[in-house]
Structure formats: structure tokens, C-alpha cells
Design a protein around this ligand. Structure first.
Ligand SMILES: Cc1cc2nc3c(=O)[nH]c(=O)nc-3n(C[C@H](O)[C@H](O)[C@H](O)COP(=O)(O)O)c2cc1C
Length: 191
């Protein structure tokens, strides 16, 4: 095994970049297609593709900002102007933003939600690694607004769908020190 292969190095270098540190240029159309093609390589028990992704283009960021504001107002009637403004601004950060949606609708092959979530997680990780390979930064965001009525309505989620997290892609403006990683021996054992 040639550990000098640059792909190995890139894989282990992936790290989360906060959306505020992801700036233009975002992925080109071709790069985005590669990122979605990577998602399509995810394992999928029952071949039900229990997930989808919804892009939020720049002309829809305003709508998302309003949805974040409504979500905050709904869960905290005392939220002040500064908090509402912060919630609104979250919609405008990374140049490429999308919602990852999990589908829990019953299917002929009975696939547990946990298995569906793993499939979505694999799709997401494939996308993050593809972005890394393209020298793009990526970050995941979530939070209490994920399934607020205002967001569910904006993204037209069906009864059985769940917004799991947002994926953010762009060019890394500033880097942070690498975090320490879990020690292999601490999460691997043998019977
Ligand atoms: C499902 C999911 C949701 C996440 N939501 C957030 C979030 O809301 N805010 C945030 O700062 N990071 C979020 N993250 C990113 C983690 O904070 C990040 O992966 C963690 O700090 C480890 O850093 P690393 O990805 O560089 O290893 C999320 C990650 C996952 C898997």
C-alpha cells in the first residue's frame, strides 16, 4: 500500500470548516456534479435511496433567512433583534448551501431508520471527501430550526421526510489548528 498516494493524505486531512470561513468561489457546476455523483456511490440497503439534497441558490437565501427567523420566534418568543438578525444571517454564509433530507417513508423492503441514516451519512461523507479532493472546504450545520414548520414548508418536506443537516461548500478563507483525533485503540476492540 502506497501511503504517499496524495488521495490518502487528502482523505485524512478532511475537517469541518464553519460556513463563515467558506467564501467564494464555491464549486463550479462540474464540481457540484462530481460531489453529487460521490453521494450516489453511498451504500444503500434495499436500494431505496432514503435521502435527497436540496440546494439553496443565492436568490432563495432571503427565504431561508426568513424561515430561520420564524423558527427562532416560534421556539423563543423573547428572542431579541440581535438574535433574530443572527438567525437570519445564517442563511447567507457559504457560497454553496444545501439541505440533506432523510426519507423515512415505509418501503417494501423494511429498512430501519438507523440504516437509512447510515446511508445518508455515507453519502454526506462521500460528498465531503469529494470536495476535499477538489480542494474545496466543507462544513456541516444543523440546529434547532432543522424541522421547524417554516423550514419544512420552505423545503417542501413530506410527512415522512426529515431535514438532518445543512452541507456548506466553498473556498476556505482561514484555517483553524487541526483538532486531536480519536485514538484508534480506544474505539476498536476484538472479541
Ligand atoms: C449531523 C452533524 C451535524 C453538525 N452540526 C453542526 C453545527 O450545527 N454546528 C457546527 O459548528 N458543527 C456541526 N457539525 C460539525 C461538527 O461540529 C464537526 O464535524 C466536529 O467539530 C468535528 O470536526 P471535524 O469534522 O473537523 O472532524 C455537525 C456534524 C454532523 C455530523
Amino acid at each position: 500500500m502506497d501511503t504517499r498516494n496524495p488521495l490518502f493524505a487528502l482523505m485524512v486531512e478532511r475537517s469541518n470548516t464553519a460556513p463563515k470561513r467558506l467564501v467564494a468561489p464555491g464549486p463550479t457546476h462540474e464540481q457540484l456534479q462530481l460531489i453529487f455523483s460521490a453521494a450516489a456511490q453511498a451504500p444503500d440497503h434495499g436500494r431505496i435511496r432514503p435521502w435527497r439534497f436540496v440546494l439553496v441558490p443565492s436568490h432563495k437565501r432571503e427565504d431561508l433567512g426568513q424561515a430561520f427567523v420564524q423558527a427562532l420566534q416560534m421556539r423563543d418568543i423573547q428572542a431579541g433583534p440581535a438574535q433574530l438578525q443572527a438567525a437570519y444571517e445564517k442563511a447567507f454564509r457559504a457560497p454553496c448551501l444545501m439541505l440533506a433530507v432523510l426519507d423515512k417513508a415505509p418501503t417494501q423492503a423494511e429498512i430501519e431508520t438507523s440504516e437509512r441514516l447510515i446511508s445518508l451519512g455515507c453519502a454526506v461523507q462521500n460528498m465531503l471527501l469529494m470536495a476535499q479532493t477538489l480542494r474545496l472546504g466543507s462544513g456541516i450545520t444543523s440546529g434547532k430550526a432543522m424541522n421547524a414548520p417554516s423550514l419544512r414548508s420552505l423545503f417542501q418536506l413530506t410527512e415522512h421526510e426529515q431535514g438532518v443537516c445543512f452541507l456548506n461548500f466553498g473556498t476556505v478563507s482561514t484555517t483553524k489548528p487541526a483538532r486531536s483525533r480519536p485514538v484508534v485503540e480506544e474505539f476498536v476492540s476484538s472479541l
